[in-house]
Each structure stands twice: as structure tokens, then as C-alpha cells.
Design a protein around this ligand. Structure first.
Ligand code: SDX
Length: 388
């Protein structure tokens, strides 16, 4: 929207105001590219579909942070550091256990990351220290999330194992059982697919905090706070909750029609950048079919397809298609993961992108400080209380 500024002229007379910062550019980055017209997502030059098929979360996190695919010894060392940092201080576990059972795991994750920061008081005003903290956080966020899953169910905490891969250990710490190959593969892929996505709300939030030269823990905590919202990462939970309420294809079609009639936004659809099918949703959809079948939840998958069909029929011409949050929930649900854990899992992955982008920005960091267009008066005189 072009906006005529009528107040004090200390910045350009005509400014373009993109609601929700639409069209605004924050910085240059070589970490990842979201091609909203072609429906393509690239990390450091590599198509995410290729990475989802062939890479691992550990390797992808390395790629995002260090800018290249690692040599074997480099990946081994990175992996060693991730494994070494899996333990969580018992004092932090005590803090988490004292929080209300009913609190959302994302709120508890915020507490956990702030607490981790209290026990590791470092700063990120240099790349070396920020990298160390970032690696710790990538490792510990998975442990903490798995612990929160067990605390929520009043189950004993399962200590991390150092011999398992990142996704494998994460699932092991949730269930107490070493996951089968397909489960590990699918969780690994989910972590790869969520790891970075341009200047999304949570990435921007964490970068704004980091740009003040605050510490890595505070920046990542802020990212978690932002990711929690239902318009962002939180959509995966709402989307699945909507789907499991629908018991037949007819009911599913009617539900979508009612949403359209009442102008209710349908969770798991639409995107600021993608005006075509989200490439991540395409990959999730493929696996969702297989995993749902394996879990005896083919009906749930069919309901999801019907919802997609109805939404795309109504809104496809407006560029509204399933986004990353639509089919991911089906997969997690079929793997036996509680809905309240879906958004924390998003954070377990996205922390790699947050860390990478903060570290990339840091050497030339300048505090983010945009302006608002002031539309109020500037010449009012203060009136004492009794004269108002
Ligand atoms: C993620 O940005 C990222 O990269 C985020 C993410 C990542 O990896 O980090 O991809 C992860 O957050 C995915 C999005 C999860 N959120 C949802 O699924 C919630 C439902 N989706 C929408 O609320 C919406 O599409 C957003 C929040 C995703 C995007 O919001 P925008 O760009 O501000 O779009 P908008 O709300 O201004 O909508 C534009 C138009 C409107 O119609 P008109 O008023 O122009 O006629 O599209 C319509 C909207 O009503 N619309 C929808 C819709 N999404 C947009 N209509 C129905 N259902 C929807 N889901």
C-alpha cells in the first residue's frame, strides 16, 4: 500500500507499507531460498527434496551453519558434539517438572531454553561462542522436547543415548524404544524439511533479538515464542485437531464449505511466499499416505485428501494450497506422537536455521530498527487530570 506521510518530514514523503512487512527485505543471505512461484526450497544451493531423500538432519544442520556439505571427519566431529551435549542438567529437569502439567509444551520449551541460558551464561557477540551455543541448543532442544513429552504423561525421564542418531535418539527418548527404520527415516526427513525457511516470523524474531547482541539462548527462546502462534508453527496442531474431528468424507466436505462460508481460515493452508504447492507439503503428503496406512489410519489420510481437494477447488486460484503444517501432523499422529508436541518438533528442527542465520548475520550485525508510519497528532498540550 502506498502511504502518503502527512506528519513531520524526516523520512521520504511517500512510503510503501506492506502489511505484515510484505515485500520488505531484511538482509542478504546465502543460507536458503524460498521460490514461491516455482514451489522450490533450497538450502545452500541444494534442493530440499534432494536433502530429504539423501541427507540426515545432522548433515543438513552442518550445511546450514557452515555453508557446505561436510567431509566425513567434519560430520563425525559435528555429530560427536551433538551427541556430547544431549544431557540436560537435572536442575533444569526439576524446573520443568514443577511447571503446570496443563501448560503447553511450547511455553515449557521457552522456560527450558531460558534456563539453559542461565546455566550457560555466554554471549553471542562473536561467531565462535555463538557456534558453540548453537550446537548445544540444537542438541539439547531435542532432549528437552522428548523429556517434556514424558513429563506431560507423568512418565519417568529417559536418559539420552550417545550411540543413536539425532532423530533416532529423539524418538527413543519419547517412547523408550529404539524406533524402526521407517520411523527414524521419516522423523529425520521431517527435521530436514523444517530446518530453514527464509525470513519467516520466528527466524526474523530470533535475528532481531540477536541483532541487539543479546545471547544465543535469548535469541532462540524468542524464536520459539514466535513459532508457537497458530498462524506460524502452531498451525500443525490446529490442522490435525480439525482433521481428527471429521468422521466421513461428506462431513469433511461440509466442514470446508462451512469454513469458506464463514470466512474461517483453514489451518495448514496458504502461505505468504508460496503461491503454488509448498514443496515440503508435497513430500510430507507422499510419506503421510504410507505412514497412515502402516498405522491403520488410512481413513484419516483420506479425510485430509478430501479437505485438500475442497480447499484447493475453492482457493487454488488465489494461490492457496497445503503448506508444511498440513500433512506433517498426520505423520506425527500416525507415529503415536501427541498433538501438543507437533510445534515443539518444528522447533527441534528450525533451531538449526535460526542458529545458522544468526551466525551469518553476526559478523556484520546492525541492530534491526524499522519505523512505523505515525498517524497520530503531534501538537497536543498536556491537560491535568481534573481538566480532562
Ligand atoms: C508456516 O513464512 C514461513 O516461511 C512460515 C513457514 C515456515 O517454514 O517457517 O512456512 C511455516 O508458518 C506455515 C503457515 C502455517 N499457518 C497456517 O497454516 C495458518 C493458515 N494460513 C493463513 O493464516 C495464511 O495463509 C498465512 C498466515 C500462512 C499467510 O498469511 P498472509 O500472507 O498474511 O495472508 P493473508 O492472511 O493476508 O491472506 C491472503 C488472502 C486472504 O484473502 P482475501 O482477504 O485477500 O480475499 O488469502 C486468504 C485470506 O483470507 N487465505 C486463506 C487462508 N490463508 C490465506 N483463506 C482460507 N484459509 C487459509 N488458510
Amino acid at each position: 500500500m502506498a502511504f502518503k506521510y502527512g506528519g513531520k518530514v524526516d523520512f521520504p514523503i511517500t512510503v510503501t507499507l506492506g502489511r505484515g512487512l510484505e515485500g520488505a527485505i531484511t538482509n542478504e543471505s546465502s543460507i536458503g531460498y524460498v521460490d514461491g512461484q516455482e514451489g522450490k526450497l533450497v538450502y545452500r544451493g541444494y534442493d530440499v527434496a534432494d536433502l530429504a531423500e539423501h541427507s540426515s538432519f545432522e548433515e543438513t544442520a552442518y550445511l546450514l551453519i557452515f555453508g557446505k556439505l561436510p567431509q566425513k571427519d567434519e560430520l563425525d566431529e559435528f555429530d560427536r558434539q551433538l551427541k556430547e551435549n544431549r544431557d540436560i542438567d537435572p536442575k533444569i529437569i526439576d524446573i520443568l517438572k514443577k511447571l503446570p502439567t496443563t501448560a503447553h509444551p511450547m511455553s515449557k520449551l521457552e522456560v527450558a531454553v531460558s534456563s539453559l541460558g542461565c546455566f550457560d551464561p555466554i554471549t553471542i557477540n562473536n561467531v565462535e561462542i555463538g557456534t558453540q551455543a548453537g550446537i548445544k541448543l540444537i542438541s539439547k532442544l531435542a532432549s528437552v522436547t522428548a523429556m517434556l513429552a514424558r513429563i506431560r504423561k507423568n512418565q519417568d525421564i529417559i536418559a539420552p543415548r550417545k550411540d543413536l542418531r539425532h532423530a533416532e535418539n529423539f524418538m527413543y527418548m519419547i517412547s523408550g524404544e529404539i524406533p524402526d527404520e521407517l520411523t527414524t527415516k521419516v522423523m529425520d526427513m521431517a527435521l530436514i524439511l523444517h530446518a530453514d525457511h527464509g525470513m519467516n516470523a520466528s527466524t526474523f524474531t530470533s535475528m532481531v533479538v540477536a541483532s541487539t547482541l543479546s545471547d544465543m539462548y535469548s535469541a532462540i527462546c524468542a524464536g520459539i515464542c514466535s513459532l508457537k502462534g497458530p498462524l506460524h508453527g502452531g498451525a500443525n496442531e490446529f490442522s490435525l485437531e480439525n482433521l481428527i474431528k471429521l468422521t466421513s468424507e461428506t462431513e469433511a466436505r461440509k466442514w470446508v464449505q462451512d469454513c469458506i462460508k464463514n470466512k474461517v481460515k483453514i489451518m495448514g493452508f496458504g502461505h505468504r511466499i508460496y503461491k503454488v504447492y509448498d514443496p515440503r507439503a508435497r513430500i510430507f503428503k507422499r510419506y503421510a499416505k504410507e505412514i497412515c496406512e502402516q498405522a491403520g489410519k488410512s481413513d484419516l489420510y483420506k479425510i485430509a485428501e478430501v479437505v485438500e481437494d475442497e480447499v484447493v477447488k475453492a482457493y487454488g486460484s488465489k494461490g492457496i494450497f497445503p503448506n508444511v503444517d498440513f500433512y506433517s501432523g498426520l505423520i506425527y499422529n500416525s507415529l503415536g506422537i501427541d498433538t501438543s508436541l507437533f510445534t515443539p518438533i518444528f522447533a527441534v528442527s528450525r533451531v538449526a536455521g535460526w542458529v545458522a542465520r544468526i551466525l551469518e548475520y553476526l559478523p556484520n550485525s546492525r541492530i534491526f530498527r524499522p519505523r512505523a508510519v505515525y498517524t497520530g497528532p503531534t501538537d497536543l498540550k498536556y491537560t491535568p487530570m481534573e481538566e480532562r
